[in-house]
Ligand binder design. Sequence first.
Ligand code: HEC
Length: 126
Amino acid sequence: MRTLKFIVAPALILGLLIGLAALRAADEAPKYTIKEVMKMAHQGGSPLYKRVSSGKGSKEDKKKLVDLYTALAADMPTKGDAESWKDKTSALLDAAKAIEDGKEGATKDLQKAADCKACHTVHKGK
Ligand code: HEC
């Protein structure tokens, strides 16, 4: 029985620590700011989203885009209402995830969701 105690107690403590860490992670600010997501996913000569939405993205590209859009969806811009932000960012995130999962037609969904102007008109600025 003594040895069992030595196994169970650390296991319980470990479980508690993992649980606490998960709680704290959920509380933290998104991993990337909106500006960082724009820079890393949308800007540049061959932007990440474009590679992925044209079907030319590598495995790492797809993973990175899901990561960035996860942060985007968890954030909230200073302009526009939450409902609209949720719609637009979940469309991006869902499409990126579907591409990562290899779903057919998902690249079209991403092309449609990554509508710079439609989102900027409503959410960019003050
Ligand atoms: C889902 C909404 C959404 C979509 C889609 C979107 N953007 Fe943005 N973008 C924003 C918001 C909100 C800001 C303002 C961020 C801020 O000022 O904090 C922004 C800012 C920017 C900025 C300025 C970043 C800076 O450092 O100030 C650039 C550049 C940009 N977007 C490029 C793009 C391009 C290119 C596309 C299309 C491929 C695009 N965005 C699509 C929401 C979006």
